[in-house]
Design a protein. Sequence first.
Length: 345
Amino acid sequence: MGTGVRVGEQAFWVGTYTGRAGGGAGVYRMLRRADGALEAPRLAAEAVSPSYLAVHPGARALYAVREEDEGAVLAYEVTGGRLREIGRRAAGVLPCHLSVTPGGGHLVVADYGSGTVRAVPLAPDGAFAGDPDVAAGHGRGPRAGRQDGPHAHASAHAPDGTILTADLGADLIRSFRIDRGALRLAGETPLPAGSGPRHLIVHPGGHVHVVTELAATVLVLRPLGGYAGLEVVAESPATADPAGGPAQCAAIRLGAGGRYVYTSTRGADVVTAHRVLDGGAALEPVADVPSGGNWPRDLHVDGEWMHVANERSDTIATFRIGADGVPVPAGTPLRVPSPVCVIPA
């Protein structure tokens, strides 16, 4: 079965909040035309709050969290633009993020509510191949109501195979290795107290960039001989202008060529372009751009295009990234119910 995608077009999967959490119905598929315009989304699979998604490297399987108190992760077989559930595994409380190891051998799940990190073994075709190995979190931070205990929020993969995880509740970056199917803690890096690390990326230059939800900053970490140990070498604001009010940073993404990094900030409702300095050793915020809606959570950079999921306004806004790295609105935002995550199909 064909994908229905023509030359110059790109298909995307969209995760949403459902039920009490939002107005979505599950996982949607949408198409970006060659001119950047988005076509109306189509429901690809009904699911309960599939708020974050990940694709197997072979593109034959899609994974989604079920972000609830009794959380789960689901696997779907991808056939063209269709999804068929082929497995599920229990997760902790409020699983909120997924990533796949570069070789496709494991799915890494961050459980916000319970603070645990899970590694689910995967078969070559992307299907679940066993039960997850679970690493418990620990610690807390000074922010009452948000840092009462560990809150694992995201993972990223370093070039040496280390899995880096951000713990918003404990102000830690934890480094793991998978050894004979088990998650082994390789090291912990404390971050500024009360910062609340949320999402992270590894720059091609080797540095790790972390956006903090509670302090509205971006931290740059340098590996100390390897990614088991890191040190903070730079800190800059997450927005070019003071965010003010109840600003909460959400996502961080790498731009094409690694020359710019982009963040989204809820409350201020902006996406920010950050110039990369010294090969990734520092960042400089250069411009805030209105996100095209309310409460921007995820964003995806696709070459010259950027798509921003504005959860509370039920829109996905498209931007064209100029030569100066600054996103410029492109067309009218697309109506999508409670969008949270946007990834390429």
